[in-house]
Design a protein around this ligand. Sequence first.
Ligand code: HEC
Length: 103
Amino acid sequence: MKQYIIIALALVFVVACGGKSGGGETSDSGIDGKKIFKTNCVLCHGEDGKLGLNNSKDLTASKLSMDERKTIIKNGKNTMTGFGPLLSDEEINAVAKYTFQLK
Ligand code: HEC
């Protein structure tokens, strides 16, 4: 009987810790900015950031700093809706970082 309890505890441990680690494409924070971009941003900005739908800006041409980008992503600007309610600070951080990689 005691053995079953130990096995059950071991399983809980694996399930609880296994979820977030692992996976290849993640950034150092463990959050995949590219994936967040594809889910939330391509609608207006396009896969490469250049689409410019709904008057959105070409992200590859943006001169904004990391902090300015994070503020716009969080609070929105004009037709761009803010993602503050949808994404965590870490996710906003990761996706802002990703916008610098667009070419
Ligand atoms: C509903 C369409 C829409 C979506 C979805 C959207 N954006 Fe935007 N985005 C815009 C528009 C429009 C602007 C231009 C705002 C302005 O300056 O008038 C903009 C501007 C920006 C800017 C500032 C660029 C600059 O140089 O001024 C950044 C950075 C940005 N978006 C990132 C993102 C990210 C990251 C996401 C996904 C989390 C996202 N956007 C989703 C429409 C959108």
